[in-house]
Write a protein that binds this ligand. Structure first.
Ligand code: NAD
Length: 363
């Protein structure tokens, strides 16, 4: 299987065909992680819009956009972009600004790439899906975790016959949930909504749809552990490890098959424990496995000025933007960051929002 990570990357100016792009939002994340991806994507950045005109101008100078706006409707009408990138934030009431901006961009005839969260409710995601189907415009959410090279490779391992059937999947991610009484309040839930997209995307990408779940929660830090059953029959756990040290790697993923398993630690260290030949218990003098069943370890080197050891690639930022651009340019369906994936993540969000600790619910 050939992933983006195993192919050669082209520089922006080397593409023959580039998409006419507008960008809504000149904020911190966009500056650090989204505008810089265009160096490696078929994108012609025509115009930038931010409510703060000075920021839009500063970004335009830095990233080479021709014009700036403080009103997105004006920009869409004047520029008629092929695609719109949206990286905005939350309204005062906790609603997601990008949801309505995406509707406006599609109404103006553009395909949309937007940061997560797609929306603050499952219903709004379903409305976007209906809009996308009606208009034939693609709407993609940046589910970057599904583009991490280590996570893509883990998916390949899970799909390989030697791994067996995925039997269990465990994800750890540090995130608090407020007390149940506060969970109807989108402002109190903003941090949770913002972050559930990350472990939620991993669980859906690797394990498929979740059928039922329950969880336990501690008021000490807001940490929780959920037990999950996937439709496939696999079981899983989501440990939302609020309270862990801020100096530690955030995440760990463990996928277990039948006599074989693999771990992604810190997003970029993958260990594949292949099916082993077990020596006789109590008699084996060596722990060394023959080469064909030895563990495989993948991790980037940090010596060369390469692309693969840059966070633009290890964290999936360029690959997720390329996935969108290629779907538009080649008229192909999106397979990742889809609205269907966002619906599944919103089911998980609703589960935590409305379920008491200790109860089992069908999602
Ligand atoms: N995937 C990731 O790694 C990752 C990391 C951090 C943040 N994010 C996501 O990125 C988004 C932005 O986060 P941030 O911290 O950069 O926020 P931010 O507040 O720094 O930036 C948001 C910008 O959007 C602008 N904006 C809002 N409404 C607008 C409108 N109608 N028209 C034009 N501009 C408008 C604001 O003026 C602001 O400059 C969030 O959705 C967040 O979840 C993703």
């Amino acid at each position: 299987m050939l992933h983006h990570t195993q192919r050669e990357i082209r520089y922006n100016f080397e593409y023959d065909r580039r998409l006419r792009a507008c960008f809504i939002g000149a904020g911190g994340h966009a500056y650090r992680n989204v505008y810089p991806t265009f160096r490696y994507a078929p994108v012609d950045l025509i115009a930038i819009c931010d409510l703060d005109a000075a920021r839009a101008k500063g970004f335009a100078r830095t990233f080479g956009a021709e014009r700036t706006y403080a009103d997105h409707a004006e920009m869409l009408a004047a520029e008629k972009p092929d695609v719109v990138f949206i990286v905005t934030s939350y309204d005062q009431d906790g609603r997601v600004q990008a949801t309505r901006l995406a509707r406006d961009a599609v109404a103006a005839g553009a395909h949309v790439w937007m940061e997560k969260p797609t929306a603050a409710s499952r219903q709004e995601v379903e409305e976007l899906k209906a809009l996308s189907e009606r208009s034939g415009r693609r709407i993609m959410t940046g589910l970057k975790k599904t583009f991490f090279p280590a996570v893509e490779k883990l998916k390949d391992i899970i799909a390989s016959p030697e791994f067996g059937t995925l039997s269990s999947l465990v994800v750890r991610y540090p995130q608090a949930i407020p007390p149940l009484a506060d969970r109807a309040d989108l402002v109190a839930m903003q941090s949770f909504l913002d972050h559930i997209y990350h472990p939620g995307a991993i669980l859906h990408y690797l394990g498929g749809e979740i059928d039922r779940a329950s969880y336990e929660w501690t008021p000490v830090t807001g940490a929780s552990v959920a037990t999950l059953r996937f439709r496939s029959g696999a079981v899983g756990a989501l440990h939302l490890a609020a309270g862990q040290s801020g100096s530690a790697p955030l995440e760990r993923i463990e996928a277990i098959g039948e006599g074989s398993h693999a771990i992604v630690e810190n997003g970029c260290r993958l260990i594949h424990y292949r099916k082993a030949r077990l020596p006789a218990y109590g008699r084996a003098a060596s722990f060394i496995q023959p080469e064909e069943s030895a563990a495989l370890i993948y991790e980037p080197e940090f010596s060369l000025g390469q692309l693969y050891n840059n966070n633009m690639f290890t964290l999936g930022y360029v690959p997720e933007v390329l996935h969108f651009c290629e779907a538009v340019l080649e008229d192909k369906p999106l397979t990742k960051g889809t609205l269907d994936a966002a619906v599944e993540i919103m089911k998980l969000f609703d589960f935590y929002r409305t379920t008491e600790a200790g109860q089992t619910r069908t999602l």
